[in-house]
Design a protein around this ligand. Sequence first.
Ligand code: P5A
Ligand code: ZN
Length: 479
Amino acid sequence: MHRRPRKHEEFTEWFNWVISNAEIYDYGRYPVQGTGVWMPYGFQLRRRILSIVRWELDSRGHEEILLPILIPEDLLRKESEHIRGFEGEVYWVTHGGETPLGVRLALRPTSETALTYMESLWIKSYRQLPKKYYQVVSIFRYETKATKPMIRLREVTTFKEAHTLHESFEDAERQVAEAIEIYKAIFDRLGIPYIISKRPDWDKFAGALYTIAFDTIMPDGRVLQIGTVHNLGQNFTRAFEVRIQLRDGSMDYGWQTSYGISDRIVAAVIAIHGDDRGAILPPIVAPIQVVVVPIPSGDREAIEKYAERIADKLASIGIRVHLDSRDDVTPGAKYYEWELRGVPVRIEVGARELQGKSVTIARRDEGKRVEVREEELAERIMELFEDIGRKLAEKAGKEMESRVARTKSLEEARRILAERRGIVEIPWCGSEKCGLEMEELADARALGSPLEKPEWVDGERCPICGGKAVTAMRLAKTY
Ligand code: P5A
Ligand code: ZN
């Protein structure tokens, strides 16, 4: 057997090892660069994560739709900033069979243009607003940076894009705030810690007034953008003539927001919670929450019967349980496999447990084992799920906090980022010129600033120009 890569020291190898050996995601073997295959176990994980996403959106008035994957070139070109941003990343469909198409068709890189076009037909009056749509689809971006499984794909298969339309700027601002709350709720339920920044102007979404991003820190200290919320203003509605009658009878273009997350959130769940033995899945999304492993000794048949009874009992109260009754695999090899797959709870049943009408429960996150009587099993498992979810989130949150540093010197920022990465916050005057120079001097990317001016920058100066600091700039090595 191969040596297991260590998560913190060799994160990339570790991540690739987990997703392939746990049969989550087959990447790099299908002969199109930047595409991967969701395998059955991974597909179930992805589906459960998506059901949290859908639930959070649905319960706040979002409606799921499905737009065509093809966008005619003239539509994609309508908003000039947008196409400028995406031009180099678009896949074009140019032929139908042998026949050249009259208008080239883009494989959608995102759907602002497709939807705004339809909104120009659908929406005429403030009475129809607000509108909150979303879809979960594949998008295509010809990424030029090195592609990475789930993290930088050319076909993003788990693109959840929400698009909203409002009668005023203020309403769109409120929607940005709601989107932030929705993403917080999603990431909180998955135990993924995040830091929220307003991206600098030079790094906003193409066609947006501004972009707010959720970032997390991966085990190697590099920052991963796991979601973004954009206030699009009237940029797309002007281009597509989405004119709306307002309350006072006057006409105006609608106001939009959009927000998206991707396969990256599955990557974050695996990367952030896992350990050297493999994945550790939060019970809320684990495809298998409990695996029951019979330990054959003495009366094998009775033990197997008993293990089956335990599994049935858990299944009957809605727990996703799997009885591993393979008789050609040792219990030790089963433990190894289910640990790698991140099953949060393992139940062992052997001769002693059969005798005592009990089971032994092992939790994946802490490795602790306890014996529990059969009557209290159901209740104990439910408590355990809660506790595992909470502890995973707490541990991840603390780890992330410990990786955010503050300094007033760019030299120190550069040193910290070179040595241990993470995020460094530094006082900033807010000017683009100084921000760009900070990126240069720290040899890092500018993530942007906290949404509210942090107190600690009061009275501080920008280390580049010496001017008064109005906020902090966050710098990091990013994915
Ligand atoms: C918001 C949804 C948009 O596309 N249009 C609709 C807006 N924003 S975005 O920032 O460009 O993308 C949203 C999130 O998707 C993830 N992402 C990717 N994930 C994997 N591979 C990629 N190539 C990729 N590109 C973007 C990011 O998390 C991003 O925040
Ligand atoms: Zn400055």
